[in-house]
Design a protein around this ligand. Sequence first.
Ligand code: ADA
Length: 561
Amino acid sequence: MLRLFQEHRVRDVEDLSGVWKFAPQGNPEWVQTVVPGVWETMPDYRRYRGEADYVRELEIRKPGNYLLRFGGVSHTADVFLDEAHIGHHYNAFTGFDCVLEQLKAGRHTLRVHVDNRYSEDSCLHVPNDYETYGGISRPVELHCLSEVQIERMSIQTFRTDEVWKAEVTVFVRAFEEIRDAVLLVHAGPCTEQIRFSLGRNEEKALPLTLTSREFAPWAPEHPVLYTARAEIRLGERIVDDLQDRFGFRKVAVQGEAILLNGQRIQIRGFNRHEDYGDFGCSIPVQAMMQDLSMMKTMGANAVRTCHYPNDMRFLDLCDELGMMVWEENHARAVPASVFHSPRFMEQCRQCNEEMVHQHGNHPSILIWGLLNECESETEAGRAIYAEQIAQLRALDPTRPVSFASCRCYTDICLDLVDIVSFNIYPQWYQMESVKTYMDRLLCWMEENGAAGKPILITEVGAGAIAGFHDPFGKAMWSEERQADILEEQLTVLQHEQRLSGTFIWQFADVPVDESWAHRRPKQQNNKGVVDRYRRPKAAFETVRKIYGETLHEGNSRAGTL
Ligand code: ADA
């Protein structure tokens, strides 16, 4: 299933996880594989980049309206039912639906044509410092619909006069004309309802407000979650329903501080790619949980979903564990020719919209990030940043927006964002001492748009080849050298009063595209504090010591403003 809780009690949902048939393009031999998954898990297709088909039968017991919901296909999907084209989607990291009206009862053949090639059409999936896999990488569901459908529900929470309020908007659409329907929304002690009618194929956004003194806030130390339940009644019948979990919390930027429910937060974070050992980007939920529990063991309280929106089950875990999240759109330092193409803008816009619509209710997401290390030092680049920042703010005015810059001393976009963020690698790519480097950069930032705003270090780290030890010489790529560098970096950054926190680059090693191999031993980005299979390197204990100390000191900067 796509989520870690039940989204529907009335709507019939079938989980299509399981064994599907698989064949790469032009290969008449079908083999069996499992969905969700990536084809790189099959020994014969470990290095396959191309097109492939996934096929399975659907048994439809009663005729009617249906919907296929895909959590993510890497990276381009064309969906066919009985060979009729019913959907197309680009981008591995956001979900999409295919609506099937008036489907006949009986057996149908579902075919998903998947393509993970790099091409001019693909501006977000480019050869990169991480891998783009191939396959139906996130779960798939078949939903049985009635005459009216709840498409989605948006929940934004506010606090006024000591009382929490949830503004809920339910997006509905009718397949046929419906009159005098009732939408009922329930959460905690509140129930609200609204009457509505819809013409055939009409869509509407229905707003409701839930207010109560009883609602308790969501915070990392006590991540209280509520379930909002929406249902549509036509006479005596409940014809559709949707449940989502949410939390009451307010994120705000006040001067140089990031506030959560009025308390200043101090981030001790990790960057984490969706990549695990031999599973690629299709990670079982147990492994997601293991990642979070390892991060928590080291004293971390936040994770950055570099460099794309994450699996909703991971975000569900973050909601439940009180892990704060910086979720990021899908764009990592693309080449200039791609960055300035209209296709790039179009694909980013779509990703931004899908990210906010699909993930906006997760209380753990505190910050929207965009365009990691793109061209923020030119006027043309600034226009692209400005447009996408405006789009994100229009989609969700309740969360601060930021981007991770590497344009030290040249960035001209810092005034555009709510939080200024930099990726820095002193002692790894730059040879200055961390303190000297940071002091100089902070001075420059203050004079170039960061004054009066919070500042985050969104990446800092060093590489080590797992298992390579050199305790005395501390050679480059040894675990000891990485641990030493991280110790210096974190010690300086944790005590720098001007910062609102740090995200270590990175939690785990990841394989990278071949074009990066000359800079990346073993064709991996080796800056993980654990390896691809989550075996800790020496730096694990270093981070645990430093993040842990800050945690136990109570962190003088965290607190009420
Ligand atoms: C960048 C980038 C990361 C990674 C990192 C590194 O800052 O954002 O994706 O490539 O550098 O390891 O050099």
